[in-house]
Ligand binder design. Structure first.
Ligand code: ZN
Length: 233
């Protein structure tokens, strides 16, 4: 909940829900202050999803979901409220306030969590880069055989993880603490990674996009959704 005086409250006043929802679904003007589109939260062929520009509110007459810009981002990205606030702030280029924590342990946990998310983001970029390189040729063939075109590969941020898990670890080891790398769940600290084709799915990917594509994470050998329990919602 965004309450007066909160960062989230101020941010909400700056955010344009129409623009943010419009990043995810196609909206059409349906009145002076109303926009409508196909609801991303239930399957439908005629639009019953409505966004009100001045009230900064969305409502679906089909499945009944409603809320503000944060509720929308939370639901569509399947993330928590603080994560939705952070994401909206990023979309608007608004710097986040320095967080205050009740205890040093809480602050440390939050820092580690932030680092783990950064590790995952860097890993996605690294795997995407590998897919474009000559050694990604077999993976590109595999993906096109599975019917994934360039647009889908970019949209789902699919990448190729080379045989050696050490390449990524070497690249990241100077930037992140060993604890963050271990906790990221991306690396095996016992044996070398198996030389199978691996495909990475970004933590930030909208799960609704994945559903819309008819694929499941099981279609990929490797998902960046971390097995780390501290990242579970
Ligand atoms: Zn709906």
């Amino acid at each position: 909940m965004a309450n007066p005086g909160d960062f989230a409250y101020t941010l909400k006043q700056q955010a344009d829900i129409v623009r943010i929802v419009g990043d995810y679904i196609k909206l059409k003007k349906a009145g002076a202050q109303n926009y409508s589109g196909l609801c991303p939260f239930h399957g439908e062929k005629t639009p019953s999803f409505s966004v009100h520009a001045t009230r900064q509110f969305f409502h679906c007459f089909g499945c009944g979901v409603s809320g503000d810009v944060f509720t929308f981002v939370q639901k569509i990205e399947n993330i928590t409220f603080p994560e939705a606030v952070r994401m909206v702030a990023q979309k608007l280029n608004v710097p986040l306030p320095k967080a205050t924590y009740a205890t040093e342990g809480e602050a440390k946990e939050a820092r580690l969590r932030g680092q783990i998310l950064d590790v995952h983001e860097r890993a996605v970029a690294f795997f995407q880069e590998c897919l474009r390189r000559p050694e990604g040729a077999r993976a590109r063939e595999y993906l096109s055989g599975r019917g994934l075109d360039e647009e889908m590969i970019a949209k789902f941020r699919i990448g190729y993880a080379p045989d050696s898990g050490f390449l990524l670890r070497d690249r990241l080891k100077n930037e992140f603490s060993e604890e963050a790398l271990r906790e990221s769940g991306l690396f095996s600290w016992k044996e070398a990674a198996s030389p199978e084709l691996r495909v990475a799915i970004s933590e930030n990917m909208a799960s609704s996009d994945l559903r819309a594509s008819g694929l499941t994470t099981k279609d990929f050998c490797f998902s960046l959704h971390p097995p780390n329990p501290s990242l579970k919602k």
